[in-house]
Design a protein around this ligand. Structure first.
Ligand code: ZN
Length: 492
């Protein structure tokens, strides 16, 4: 596509506006624009990538590839020789592999404070949750904000440019606003999921009564968050998601009311589903239905819904999800850590179910490295279903286009004119890629996980030469570790 054609892509606003610096953009974000379209700042030219993976319709992989970016969107993609030769900022990608920014569809970032907690090291889902709820009951707003910064830094440095976060516990005045503040500070594209728990032990649920909220309060706060923050425009940096935690921690009523609210405001729905055998048993005993039957009954299916895990989704459930466009967040490391099983990802994808990748919370996947998760997805499918169950390119597609589809977006996940300017690069000259350069794309998945050299989100350089540009990470990690110690000791 030529730049003239790219100019006809569905973006609005005057073609030329005065250039703005990052500080002005941040000020604009703080004003909460409701419809993000074209954000103007310096044009960026990316040139001479050894290989540029487009994930476009033809899945082109370009040698000596490049991009031309205006504001927050890509206007041209092609071999370097066919692109303009100058711009306000030129990034020389010699020796680098460039791919679309990875999309993380499931996380609980606050759990970065409770990694490798001894009592939860060797338990399955329900036992694991039970030992951690009482630790999480002491979370504070500061802990939420700092742990979200740390979690996002880890994601960014491992190739992720868009992440969802499912925050479902709000003790001591914590709010989803605390996560949103962190996302804005670090510059990550963010789908903030307003989770919730309303059925405590005394009502037959799993969480302690002290950490559940009243359903009326949950709905009221969810609406406030949508009205305050949700941006449904193309290239949105921030969307809000309605996300009761799981069938075993909220009521049928709250699930139904949540779906009604999400449709009223045009936002997505997210929860955990069919995670392991106990989860299935709970659903059958409590609701007399499989998890898939339960969500169908509640109206929790459609292209605006995605469910985490679905390890134990049966064939009828796969058909239902395919028919309705309901998405799945596949979380291989977490599924292995908790011995939940192997999700039938190949079967889901062949049937037409949208599948994205998720690192899941840092207490059940103690490393939230996005490119490592891509590799783990490939390896785990092979353990379950044979050596040709997933290729390296399949795994990358799930982590880019798949994630975009699951989050109900068509402006991220590929490098093509009219798409958001979100990409990352990996330096192929590192020892970990040595000997694999006959196929750098496969090398990225098969070889040991690497950190990015560059990450650009919405046209803004967020990682440069392997370092975050938006945050001095050292002091944040020190503060994170101090808060983690306080949290852990409070429950000891
Ligand atoms: Zn989860």
């Amino acid at each position: 596509m030529t730049m003239e054609q790219a100019a006809q892509q569905p973006t609005q606003g005057p073609a030329q506006q005065p250039a703005q610096g990052p500080a002005q953009q941040l000020a604009q974000q703080a004003d909460k624009p409701k419809k993000t379209m074209l954000v103007q700042h310096a044009d960026v030219l990316v040139q001479h990538a050894d290989v540029l993976v487009t994930m476009d319709g033809a899945r082109r992989e370009l040698r000596d590839g490049g991009l031309y970016i205006e504001g927050n969107r890509i206007v041209a993609v092609g071999p370097t020789a066919q692109l303009p030769q100058t711009a306000d900022e030129v990034l020389d990608m010699r020796g680098q592999l460039v791919i679309p920014g990875l999309v993380n569809t499931h996380h609980h970032m606050y759990q970065s404070l409770t990694r490798a907690v001894p009592a939860a090291q060797n338990a399955e889902l329900f036992g694991w949750l039970t030992s951690l709820y009482r630790v999480w009951a002491n979370l504070t707003p500061e802990m939420i904000e700092v742990s979200t910064l740390t979690a996002m830094a880890e994601l960014l440095l491992s190739g992720c440019t868009t992440s969802s976060d499912h925050l479902y516990i709000y003790p001591n005045g914590s709010r989803l606003d605390d996560s949103i503040a962190a996302a804005r500070r670090i510059g990550m594209r963010f789908h903030a999921a307003r989770g919730s728990m309303s059925v405590g032990r005394k009502d037959g649920g799993l969480p302690p009564d002290s950490v559940v909220e009243r359903e009326a309060d949950i709905l009221k706060d969810t609406q406030r968050l949508i009205e305050t923050y949700h941006d449904d425009g193309r290239y949105a940096m921030l969307r809000v998601v309605v996300a009761p935690c799981s069938p075993f921690s909220v009521s049928r009523d709250l699930m139904r009311e949540s779906a009604r609210m999400a449709r009223q405001f045009g936002v997505s729905l997210h929860t955990h589903l069919a995670e392991n055998a106990n989860d299935i048993a709970y659903s059958r005993e409590k609701f007399g239905m499989t998890p898939a039957e339960y969500v169908e009954d509640l109206g929790w299916v459609g292209h605006d819904v995605w469910h985490a895990h679905c390890v134990q989704l049966d064939d009828a459930g796969i058909d239902l999800f395919a028919r309705t466009g309901t998405g799945v967040a596949h979380c291989p490391c977490s599924n292995m850590r908790l011995a939940s099983g192997i999700a039938p990802v190949g079967r889901m994808r062949r049937a037409g179910v949208p599948v994205g990748l998720g690192v899941d919370g840092s207490a059940s996947n103690d490393g939230a490295q996005m490119i490592a998760e891509v590799r783990q997805a490939l390896l785990l499918q092979r353990v379950g279903f044979g050596p040709d169950a997933m290729t390296a390119r399949d795994a990358l597609e799930i982590a880019t286009l798949g994630g975009a589809q699951v989050l109900n977006r068509d402006d991220i996940g590929a490098l093509a004119p009219g798409m958001a300017a979100d990409f990352v690069s990996f330096d192929l000259r590192q020892p970990l890629f040595a000997g694999a350069l006959h196929d750098p794309v496969a090398a990225l998945v098969f070889c040991a996980p690497s950190q990015v050299s560059y990450s650009v989100i919405g046209g803004k350089v967020v990682v440069k030469d392997g370092q975050l540009t938006t945050l001095d990470l050292g002091p944040v990690i020190e503060r994170h570790n101090r808060l983690a110690k306080t949290l852990y000791e409070a429950a000891a």
